[in-house]
Design a protein around this ligand. Structure first.
Ligand code: ADP
Ligand code: UVW
Ligand code: MG
Length: 397
């Protein structure tokens, strides 16, 4: 049985096609830097792989490109979409719907209700789901929401200090996101450490970034809140921010609330601080060339990660392993080095040589470090594929 998983990130579209009987990934592809004139489209099917650089204006074009790659007569993995049993989506914010659901009008409505809360994520998912439902009316679509893994966070860490009715009636609370990634890290680390009671801090650092504290496989604290705009500074979204600065900004700019929020969600984050780019690759290059604002963006990002890391270490009462994942966590040696700097007195010691040479899954801590440090490529798609099978009443082997 084949399941296709669609992962529409804020800056990327990734997909994987799984054979659920063997657990094998038959095909994988990614479009990076969506919205850029030079989007990178890569695909790997068996031994064949290909990369193209071309403009991909939006996620709809990216989904169409994926279908074309998968059904390519020469290299494709399938003849047509009817060979796929379901498409699972790493959907983001379902608000009142937190869990995994077969996509119907109610699910699409629940997502649309949260458009304002997740403007970079929900609209492209809704558009992709509608497009695929129209093209393949018989193919079950399943939404696995990112909030699901965080349902175990206690009220003391998910409640905002706001009037109680807002919490109770409008469900304004810390929902948390990147659930599929943090769950994958929790499951993979249980295998690598050979114990399922470990205290972990999973650092998912990518176009969107969040940290999650995990105890015995369950999420107990996370940095994102009601919306994926909060927590750490994101690529172009603000991260934690004081809402009382808003009236002042609006007074000075003359912008409406809508425009101001839209700017915070598209001109903030690393892009806002650097005034140059929200992509760590660009910032590292610019900082090396002497651009002080790009260096500041990198510094703020690392300091924010460290602030939350400290809070989570206290909340967990110590940490067995810190794990870096996501596009930045898996690739940026500089960010990992910055996050782990000067933590020897906490028993956290990065091995610089291992950090520099790491490629794929690797342990990065020095032998004397009491906390292990790892980089583990995430596999959000596998978690979504398993959830999709469960939602359809089928079981992965
Ligand atoms: N080689 C690299 N070095 C440093 N950062 C990288 C590298 N490759 C990717 N990144 C960072 O990872 C980000 C994309 O992460 P990803 O997890 O794929 O994002 P999302 O799912 O949010 O779209 C890019 O914006 C960039 O900042
Ligand atoms: C919140 C979320 O799912 O983020 P992204 O896929 O952009 O990393
Ligand atoms: Mg992502």
């Amino acid at each position: 049985m084949l399941v296709l998983v669609a992962n529409l990130g804020s800056t990327s579209f990734k997909y994987r096609l799984f054979n659920m009987d063997s657990g094998d990934c038959l095909a994988r592809g990614a479009v990076e830097r969506i919205g850029d004139d030079e989007s990178r489209c890569s695909v790997t099917i068996g031994d064949w792989s290909d990369t193209m650089v071309m403009p991909v204006p939006d996620h709809g074009v990216a989904v169409a490109a994926c279908l074309q790659q998968l059904t390519d007569p020469q290299h494709g993995a399938i003849r047509d979409a009817s060979e796929v049993a379901a498409i699972g989506f790493k959907a983001v914010h379902g608000g009142r719907m937190s869990g995994t659901f077969v996509v119907d009008d109610d699910v699409l409505d629940a997502m649309a209700e949260m458009n304002a809360a997740a403007p970079a994520h929900n609209p492209p998912y809704i558009a992709a789901m509608k497009l695929l439902r129209q093209r393949f009316p018989d193919l079950p679509l399943v939404a696995a929401f990112e909030t699901e893994f965080h349902r175990t966070i206690p009220d003391s860490r998910s409640t905002y200090a706001i009037p109680k009715t807002w919490t109770d009636e409008f469900q304004v609370r810390r929902w948390g996101f990147h659930g599929a990634s943090h769950q994958y890290i929790a499951e993979r680390m249980a295998e690598l450490l050979q114990r399922d009671d470990a205290k972990l801090i999973s650092c998912h650092l990518g176009g969107s970034s969040s940290l999650t504290a995990v105890r015995a496989g369950q999420s107990v604290m996370t940095t994102m809140g009601m919306t994926p705009q909060t927590g750490l500074p994101q690529n172009n979204r603000v991260g934690d921010f004081d809402p009382f600065a808003l009236p002042l900004i609006m007074q000075r700019t003359g912008d409406s609330l809508d425009v101001t929020l839209q700017r915070l969600a598209s001109e903030g984050g690393l892009l806002g601080i650097s005034g140059r780019s929200g992509d760590i690759r660009d910032l590292e290059q610019a900082a090396d060339a002497g651009d002080t604002d790009s260096q500041l963006a990198l510094d703020v990002y690392v300091e924010e990660i460290r602030r939350h890391l400290g809070g989570m270490m206290v909340a967990l009462g110590g940490v067995d392993a810190i794990v870096f994942t996501g596009g930045i966590g898996e690739n940026s040696r500089r960010v990992r080095r910055g996050v782990c700097a000067d933590l020897e007195s906490f028993g956290i010691v990065l091995d610089d040589a291992k950090n520099e040479s790491a490629d794929g899954e690797a342990r990065l801590s020095s032998d004397g470090s009491s906390t292990q440090i790892w980089t583990v490529p995430t596999n959000e798609e596998w978690v979504v594929a398993k959830r999709a099978m469960k939602a359809l009443g089928r079981h992965a082997t």
